[in-house]
Design a protein around this ligand. Structure first.
Ligand code: F6R
Length: 608
């Protein structure tokens, strides 16, 4: 979490730093700060959003040709101005940091003994003093940074400026993302490409352990051993328009409504190639051919995508499939079968728990690794043997929406491919599945058209304190996703259960104040779901049912029904994800919460 930016130019860099931080605000938004070098080193920090810090920077007339900035998601030390970045050492060196330094206590003791005074509770301040300490002895900011980072354990992306060296700044990364933006006579660093795309599309993704020495006219990059290296520059295809709100009020709203397009884009190569191993990269056929089982690892919404896929993989491909929360798997004495396929799912590609679970799987001997990811060049796909990039486009709202539905497409493509390699998918069935995929954007658009009816439901949820979500089979993970979305952005406590589990305990919670949302399209388990709904009604519970025309539900006392589009078959969870997203969004709007930046959260979770 946390976003960092840095710039050196022949013009005032403050506007770039502020706008870059605004783009990175999804990564953390409890405080923000800038340090800029003009005749002297000046710093502005504020708790709250970047806009508040921007106001202070304007009021103080902050400007300069060299500077760094930070937007924070607190880990070590509370949300205070003193803990906000940049941190300053000896009044002449400033540093911003994303990540966690594990040996900060021991470094702090050592630096205290050397006479450094600490003003914050953060682990980051030790890096500032450590670099300053070596700058005083080495006399060179690059060497000082290289020496200091070798003594850190943990994860970091940093940018550092010093009044002693006004012609450069230095940046480094290990375990947290950082890229260099190459301009004409000006250069930049940022946590992700959205922060630099307004000034340059030419970017270099720094590798683990890299240190970049950034000047006006050149950027020199050194690897972890200190050797000078050439890193390939990419032209980013992220468009500025994709990062703007356009006619929408929130990024979450925009991203919900982008789903027909996002799904159509993600489906495109599948329709073109059919269920083919090359969808997952060169060499995938070899790796996928003799797979004996599938282990999916992910967190949060991405984990729920994996839960849907389990039904598909077992039913269509006939392979055993387990799905596990990455932070649990990584600390378990897991039994490894190297012929199993490890699938990690991560929108951001940088979730630490998922990354560590992947590393753990590899350490157990798993070589068949596939990443499903939305961010090109991010850490998890780079550490995987195969990759499928979803084409959702930048997802900025903290609550994942279009990333989830496009992950489902990727997982369906994987299922079809495994089934075909195993001789379980004949041409007729493949054609049928591809047709189902082709019709999906249209069905999703129909689901979006339900928004007015869902808005009326949101009115009824506005004053509730709790909600239950029920589903069975393929739609149980959609109930889980609905509950997560609602709690995350409206702060209403919500839980999801497989409907058959209700009578084993949660039914005790049901009364007139407990809305029960049921995902009930016409599938093989519908009759079972209907019985479970009777159990709720008999206890006075109010039902809110998402059902397709074939489910044959009608509004009655205590039963509200919204007709979802008929998309029978195995892709129905994709269509049913839409109304639960809309219900959460519309309820949060009624309650006046900060939809795109819900309290206590951040978009990419690069801490344990
Ligand atoms: C919920 C949400 C989170 C993420 C989770 C994993 O709306 O967005 O639960 O799904 O933090 O993130 P990624 O997919 O980036 O690994």
């Amino acid at each position: 979490m946390c976003g960092i930016v840095g710039a050196i130019a022949q013009r005032d860099v403050v506007p770039f730093l502020v706008n870059g931080l605004k783009r990175l605000e999804y990564r953390g938004y409890d405080s923000a700060g800038l340090a800029v070098l003009s005749d002297e080193l000046r710093r502005v920090r504020r708790t709250g959003r970047v806009a508040e810090m921007e106001g202070a920077a304007l009021a103080e007339g902050l400007h300069g040709f060299l500077g760094i900035g930070h937007t924070r998601w607190a880990t070590h030390g509370g949300v205070t101005e003193g803990n906000a970045h940049p941190h300053i050492s000896d009044g002449e060196l400033a540093l911003v940091h994303n990540g966690i330094i594990e040996n900060h206590e021991e470094q702090r003791d050592r630096l205290r003994a050397l006479g450094y005074a600490f003003e914050s509770q953060t682990d980051s301040e030790v890096i500032a003093h450590l670099i300053q300490h070596y700058l005083k002895t080495e006399g060179d900011l690059l060497h000082a940074t290289q020496k200091a980072v070798r003594e850190l354990t943990g994860a970091y992306a940093i940018a550092v400026v010093s009044q002693r060296e006004p012609g450069r700044f230095v940046a480094a990364r290990m375990g947290c993302p950082l890229l260099v933006g190459l301009g004409e006579g000006e250069n930049f660093v940022a946590s992700d490409v959205s922060a630099v795309v307004a000034v340059t599309r030419k970017v270099i993704f720094l590798e683990e352990g890299d240190v970049a020495d950034v000047h006006l006219d050149r950027v020199d990059i050194y690897d972890a051993s200190g050797a000078r290296v050439d890193r390939r520059a990419h032209m980013s295809d992220v468009s500025l328009a994709s990062l703007e709100l356009g006619p929408f009020n929130h990024f979450m709203q925009k991203e919900i409504h982008e789903q027909p397009r996002a799904i159509a884009d993600t489906i495109e190569p599948v329709i073109a190639e059919g269920f083919a191993p090359r969808l997952f990269g060169a060499g995938a056929e070899e790796l996928l051919r003799d797979v004996e089982g599938v282990q999916i690892l992910a967190c949060g919404t991405s984990y729920y995508a994996g839960l849907v896929a389990r039904y598909w993989i077992e039913e269509i491909a006939g392979l055993p499939c387990s799905v596990e929360i990455a932070s649990e798997y990584r600390y378990r004495a897991a039994h490894a079968n190297p012929n199993n396929l490890i699938v990690t799912i991560s929108q951001s590609g940088e979730t630490l728990d998922t990354m560590e679970a992947l590393k753990y799987a590899k350490s157990l001997g798993h070589g068949k690794t596939l990443s499903i990811c939305n961010v090109p060049e991010s850490a998890i796909p780079r550490a995987s043997a195969m990759v499928f990039y979803t084409r959702a486009g930048a997802e900025i709202g903290v609550a994942s929406t279009k990333a989830f539905t496009t992950q489902l497409i990727a997982l369906f493509a994987l299922t079809g491919t495994l089934a075909k390699l195993r001789g379980r998918l004949d041409a007729a069935r493949e054609h049928e599945f591809l047709e189902d995929l082709r019709h999906l954007p249209g069905s999703v658009q129909h689901a979006l058209n339900l928004e007015p009816q869902i808005t009326a439901w949101a009115e009824m949820f506005n004053h509730k304190h709790h909600a239950l979500f029920l589903g069975r089979g393929l739609h149980y993970p959609i109930a889980l996703e609905g509950a997560l979305k609602l709690k995350e952005i409206s702060y209403i406590h919500a839980e999801a259960y497989p409907a058959g589990e209700l009578k084993h305990g949660p039914l005790a919670l049901v009364d007139a104040d407990m809305p029960v949302v049921v995902i009930a399209p016409n599938d093989a388990l519908l009759e079972k779901v209907k019985s479970n709904m009777q159990e709720v009604r008999a206890r006075g519970g109010e039902l809110f049912v998402f059902a397709d025309a074939d489910s044959h539900f009608r509004d009655s006392e205590g039963v509200h029904v919204i007709r979802t589009p008929r998309h029978v078959g195995l892709l129905s969870p994709v269509v049913h994800a839409i109304p639960v997203q809309l219900l959460a969004y519309r309820t949060a709007l009624k309650r006046g919460t900060d939809v795109d930046k819900p309290r206590n959260l951040a978009k990419s979770v690069t801490v344990e």
